[in-house]
Ligand binder design. Sequence first.
Ligand SMILES: Cc1cc2nc3c(=O)[nH]c(=O)nc-3n(C[C@H](O)[C@H](O)[C@H](O)COP(=O)(O)OP(=O)(O)OC[C@H]3O[C@@H](n4cnc5c(N)ncnc54)[C@H](O)[C@@H]3O)c2cc1C
Length: 337
Amino acid sequence: MSDNKEIWVFIEQYHNEVADVSWELLGEAAKLAPAIKAKTAAIILGKNINTFVKETIAYGADKVYTIDNPILGDYQTETYSKAFLKLAKKYKPEIILLGATITGRDLASAVATKLETGLTADCTALEINEETKFLWQTRPAFGGNVMATIICKLKRPEMATVRPRVMEMPTADFKREGEIIREYFTLDEESLLARVLDFIPADNTDAAQIEKAEIIVAAGRGIGSADNFGLLRELADLLGADIGVSRPLVEMGWMPYSHQVGQTGKTVRPKLYLAVGISGAVQHLAGMRNSEVVIAINKDPEAPIFQVADYGIVGDLFVIVPELINAVKALKSQSEG
Ligand SMILES: Cc1cc2nc3c(=O)[nH]c(=O)nc-3n(C[C@H](O)[C@H](O)[C@H](O)COP(=O)(O)OP(=O)(O)OC[C@H]3O[C@@H](n4cnc5c(N)ncnc54)[C@H](O)[C@@H]3O)c2cc1C
């Protein structure tokens, strides 16, 4: 274990566009740091990466380690993990946080294996235990039926991945100052096992981006059939909301997976989450419990969704949703008139 107390956050970027989860994790690192008197540090690997170093400091990094090399232009497990390991072995961070994205998951496991340390994937909460100073890494376990808190007692660094939108987005402060440490890295391109020849982005034009939505109208099995979506769409359109769904609706083919909220779907953090005919199983709650305001409509007063709801309406959605639609229409015409 090292005395060099730094909490590292991997800044994930593609062609200089940073994934928001990196900023969310910098915000979280800044919250954890005082408990172990650590500094927060960002790790930026890539090609021509200077453009967002300042932004990284603004979002909470005390230090920024960079490796700017054309060989890191496109993400590859081999190049990125070797570059990351070079930094980790030299500077020995206490904690490393990465986004639980396709890239973050891949890199985290490669780095953890080489460092022979533990890695907790998909954490939903992180905390430094006051007494032991261990990082308490909480995540759903056994199909989401229990929340397990995991610690890494004997090895350092402690490593965790966290899904986008689980942690709060910090506010950027462009007056912050930080230290920039530029490191170098050489690798014989010929020695690489794989090379990126071309990058063809996935066609995501139809994929819902509900993780960024400010208002979500979410439907559960209570809506009865795919034909009843019209009602929810009308409400969603009036509110300028996106549509979310529970998993059974995706399994029945009523909605594409990109709309699924929950442990095996997306994590969302809207200002308003309107849960319609959703029971509130733990696996669903895992994806939406950080919403600012939750309104639940359910005919069963004992439905678990009411335990996380700020406002609950007990009743038949086919009566309540049309009433809500009329009320929103009336409010809109009042404000227009
Ligand atoms: C490993 C694993 C991962 C999972 N991942 C996810 C996930 O990511 N996301 C997810 O959502 N689920 C997930 N699930 C499934 C989860 O356990 C639940 O089965 C699911 O969330 C239930 O969906 P629901 O609330 O729509 O349906 P139900 O539990 O069937 O609830 C329907 C609700 O609608 C109400 N209702 C019925 N009719 C009306 C009406 N006319 N008006 C008002 N209310 C009405 C009922 O009272 C009931 O509460 C996962 C399960 C496992 C095992």
